[in-house]
Design a protein around this ligand. Structure first.
Ligand code: ATP
Ligand code: MN
Length: 430
């Protein structure tokens, strides 16, 4: 019976592994193979004089990255990976790999990101790359577990929509029979409508589509959003939930992903501690202006340069709060005492924004007024506005970018590293 390579332990007779040929070293009388699966690497040592003709024939024929099945006994040996080696009774080529390889899985020859993404299946065989997606998978599992255990209901919402969530230009139009439709930018309107259904706490982990014109290291055209919405909660409560989730994810990845973290060269994650700092927007603007020397003033967006400067000063995860109503979406709730300020927040990692959220407007007439104030037509939002006329609870929520979360957690330089098949301005395949 086949076992994962990480479970190959000395003293086992007749261990069977299936994996890819990572490296071959032929020293004449001895041939060493490194065989790799997603759990690790094992050395296979072949004393040519002592093995069968069938094994010799197989190793003559095999190329790097071929898939092989090896059975044999396991010996402890200090210098080999994991402190053990497999001496084969049988060595069988299951699927031969062509050569030359599009890229070197053993990473002796570096490959640029484009080459890697063109042959992503091979790139993902690299232990370092496999590790990223093992961590990403763990983050997804942990997030589902966390939200389910707190009474959240998982929903799915349409990705084909008739209107933009927030207006704007970041929309992909698509042909929908005889009409034009769009790929949805965010589940925002739909998760809010489920508050009117009485679902109370909902979440979705799903794709969002943004027609970002420019190639940056933190934007994708198709990203994954972790979205929640909670009834009878305000912004401060969903901020606490968000910081609790983030600290929980870091701790759990640290505890549960030792192997992948080691493959990534990470001995310890920089564990954030709750509560995160709360930086009011006016202070953030002042800090950005002071640090960058740029003429950044109240009412401006916090762009990439400002974001970096503030992040350096803050040093760890923090929230920007007390945003001007004018630069946040219409669904953000204005403050009662000063409606020019709203109950929105951004969660920031020192490198970039991770999440935006807010207490939402739940009063129909105020919502209509705010939609108009953004220069949008309430008529286009009738399906969304209707639930606000039939007993909409107060509610709050946020959207958290899954790729940015993994990227910042693991210190990846480019967001494309955190997604298997990135979609950007120039890439639609594979
Ligand atoms: P930014 O200003 O950094 O472009 P945003 O404010 O437009 O982000 P939101 O609409 O607030 O993004 O979306 C919520 C979260 O979803 C963001 O904080 C981010 O983590 C993620 N996100 C949004 N757009 C993208 C994108 N194009 N690529 C990757 N992640 C994204
Ligand atoms: Mn945002």
């Amino acid at each position: 019976m086949r076992i994962p390579i990480e479970e190959v332990t000395p003293g086992t007779t007749q261990a069977e592994v299936i994996g890819w040929v990572h490296e071959v070293r032929d020293l004449g009388g001895l041939t060493f193979f490194l065989i790799r699966d997603r759990t690790g690497i094992v050395q296979v040592t072949i004393p040519k004089k002592k093995v069968s003709e069938a094994v010799l024939a197989a190793i003559r024929d095999v190329s790097r990255e071929s898939l092989v099945r090896v059975t044999g006994s396991v010996k402890a040996i200090e210098k080999a990976p994991g402190g053990r080696e497999l001496v084969p009774d049988s060595f069988e080529v299951l699927a031969r790999s062509g050569s030359p390889l599009p890229l070197d899985v053993a990473e002796k020859v570096p490959a640029d990101l484009d080459t890697r993404l063109d042959a992503r299946f091979l790139d993902a065989r690299r232990p370092r790359v496999t590790a990223i997606f093992l961590v990403r998978s763990a983050v997804t599992r942990l997030t589902y577990d966390y939200l389910f255990s707190r009474g959240f209901l998982h929903i799915t919402t349409p990705k084909i929509v008739a209107t933009a969530t927030e207006g704007g230009t970041e929309l992909f139009p698509i042909a929908y029979f005889e009409k034009e439709a769009f790929l949805n930018q965010s589940p925002q309107l739909y998760k809010q409508m489920m508050m009117a259904a009485g679902f109370e706490k909902v979440f979705e982990i799903g794709p969002i589509f943004r027609a970002e014109e420019h190639n940056t290291t933190k934007h994708l055209n198709e990203a994954t959003s972790i979205d929640i919405e909670v009834s009878f909660a305000d912004h401060t409560e969903v901020m606490r939930l968000l910081e609790d989730l983030i600290t929980h994810l870091y701790r759990s990845v640290q505890d549960q992903c030792a192997g992948p973290l080691e493959a990534l060269g990470i001995t310890e994650l920089a564990l954030p501690t709750a509560p995160f700092g709360r930086l009011p927007y006016p202070d953030a603007i002042e800090m950005a202006a002071r640090m960058t020397g740029e003429p950044i003033t109240y009412g401006d967006d916090i762009g990439t340069i400002a974001e970096k400067a503030i992040g350096e000063e803050m040093g760890s995860h923090y929230f920007i709060t007390e945003w001007p109503t004018a630069i946040k979406p219409y669904y953000a709730m204005p403050c009662e005492n000063d409606p020019s300020v709203c109950k929105a927040f951004d969660l920031m990692h020192p490198r970039m924004e991770l999440s935006s959220g807010a207490a939402r407007v739940h009063q129909h007439d105020l919502l209509v007024q705010q939609i108009r104030a953004k220069g949008l037509s309430p008529e286009n939002f009738e399906f969304y506005l209707q639930p606000f006329r039939y007993g909409m609870p107060p509610h709050a929520g946020w959207g958290l970018g899954a790729e940015r979360l993994v990227m910042t957690m693991l210190g990846l330089a480019n967001i494309r590293e955190a997604v298997l098949f990135p979609r950007d301005r120039h890439r639609m395949t594979p």
